[in-house]
Ligand binder design. Sequence first.
Ligand SMILES: [Zn+2]
Ligand SMILES: [Zn+2]
Length: 99
Amino acid sequence: MIAQETLFETPTPVADVPQPPVPPKPVVQAEPLGPCAKAGCDEPGVLKSPGGSIYCSKHGYCSRRTCLKSVEKFVMHPRLKIWVCSCVIKLEKECEIDD
Ligand SMILES: [Zn+2]
Ligand SMILES: [Zn+2]
C-alpha cells in the first residue's frame, strides 16, 4: 500500500509577493469632520449639527450656560431658517405668550 502523503505532496506556497504595509488604524474614534465652524477657532470638529456645521468639543454646545445642549440636537428655527438650540425657540414662545 502506498502512503497517501507521497501522492499528494504539494509544494509549500511561496509568499514572495510583497504585501503593502497596512497603515495602523487611527485611535481616534470619531471620524474626522473638519475644522470647527466657529470663527477664529481651529480646533478639530467632533460634533455635527443637523444643518451640517461642524463644531469642536468646546463650541458644539448651546452657548447658554444653563442649557449646553449638543448642536446635534439643534432644531430649525421656523422663522429665521437657521439651526438653533430648542431653548431659543422655547424662550421666544414664552416671550410671545407674554405679549
Ligand atoms: Zn471651536
Ligand atoms: Zn440651548
